[in-house]
Ligand binder design. Structure first.
Ligand code: ZN
Ligand code: ZN
Length: 381
């Protein structure tokens, strides 16, 4: 099955919803999606009669390797990509061309208009992005690879982490393991947060060492062209002696209790996933668990107020893409979508617990792509 060809054919079908004859795709991620070309400064021009990569001499060989069978219009260095695109449009003789609202600046659009004065440009929003929400089997395989590589890196990281390692050093070693496990690199800068720093959902790494806290939150992913994105929060055997233990961590909130509630919220969200369900209803399923749960030693703490972000997001060529899984989302789940489910509880001064997994929506419900245990665990194993 030639999935790239299918994607380009689906784009031609989508074009019927616009008043345009062909599509000039300028967003580099969308160009990759439609052509498999992974370089930059290149466009894709597609329609019922045309299917051309517009690029330059630096990428000529790469295009032959990555885009076998696809026509290429190669400019040399004295022309801009816009001049090359205009040459293609003028030669094709098309009267109207869809362009991506989010893929061109106003200045770039003006340049195109001046270079191709007979063409009417029709701005279109999010057409390829919507197509990208439902993954084909080739894409799902690549996301599975990105998950597997990230998990291998995580196991190597956990096996070698030391009490004296700072957050910064742990981020560095985790990134090295992600590359060693086979990825191009991290899909985003990993978050490694010790102790109460886990209360910051996007904690930047500091000099704080593992031994300074009793828990460790790790949010990481691998870039295999397609991305993975997961989070685990572990109890740490370090930092438990009264002298080392952070003063904030003496408050009577128990890790296992918080962890169990976050896991229940994640399970409730997973149980709500199936094609046809609104993404916001999956978010609500997790929030309902927080609204109805209480901590034994901090009964006045309203846990729902401590889940301060959306439940999840689509992943694919980008680590954050459509659909959005949050209270204000209008997206509806479809089979083939791949989303994260990442509930968390963040308590300033104490820390945070987040569990994030990558999930494929199938006709029968959710299918977890991640294999790491979701049960509460300790760094000691
Ligand atoms: Zn994440
Ligand atoms: Zn995420």
């Amino acid at each position: 099955m030639n999935y790239l060809l299918q994607r380009r054919q689906a784009l031609v079908q989508n074009l019927k919803k616009t008043a345009a004859e062909a599509f000039l795709v300028t967003n580099p991620v969308n160009v990759t999606y439609l052509t498999n070309f992974t370089g930059d400064s290149s466009f894709y021009f597609g329609g019922a009669k045309n299917s051309i990569v517009i690029s330059d001499t630096r990428f000529e060989e790469q295009i032959k390797e990555e885009c076998a069978g696809l026509d290429a219009h190669i400019r040399n260095h004295n022309k801009t990509t816009y001049e090359a695109a205009a040459e293609v449009l003028n030669k094709a003789g098309v009267k109207s061309v869809a362009v991506e609202e989010d893929g061109l600046t106003l200045g770039e659009l003006e340049q195109l208009k001046a270079l191709a004065p007979k063409v009417t440009f029709v701005p279109v929003g999010g057409a390829v992005e919507r197509q990208r929400t439902v993954k084909d089997p080739a894409e799902i395989d690549r996301i599975r690879d990105a998950v597997r590589v990230a998990e291998r890196a995580f196991r190597m990281f956990i096996a070698t982490v030391r009490e004296s390692d700072s957050e910064k050093e742990m981020v560095d070693s985790l990134e090295a393991y992600i590359r060693r496990a086979g990825a191009k690199g991290s899909s985003f800068p990993p978050i490694v947060a010790v102790g109460e720093r886990g209360a910051l959902p996007h904690a930047p790494p500091t000099a704080k060492v593992l031994g300074d806290g009793t828990k460790l939150l790790i949010d990481w992913g691998a870039d295999m062209l397609y991305k993975s994105d997961m989070t685990r929060t572990l109890k740490s055997p370090f930092g438990t002696s009264p002298t080392r233990r952070n003063k904030f961590e003496r408050v009577g909130i128990k890790f296992d209790e918080v962890y169990d509630i976050v896991l229940q919220a994640q399970n409730a969200a997973l149980a709500a996933i199936r094609p046809g369900v609104k993404a916001k209803d999956v978010d609500a399923a997790a929030r309902k668990v927080f609204a109805s749960s209480k901590l034994k030693d901090a009964t006045d703490l309203k846990l729902a107020d401590h889940f301060t972000h959306g439940l999840g997001h689509g992943i694919g060529l980008e680590v954050h893409e459509a659909p959005r899984v949050r209270a204000n989302s209008e997206d509806v789940l479809e089979a083939g979508m791949v989303i994260t489910i990442e509930p968390g509880i963040y308590i300033p001064g104490w820390g945070g617990v987040r569990i994030e997994d990558d999930v494929l929506v199938t006709p029968g419900g959710p299918s977890l792509l991640t294999n790491l245990s979701r049960e509460s665990s300790s760094l000691e194993g």
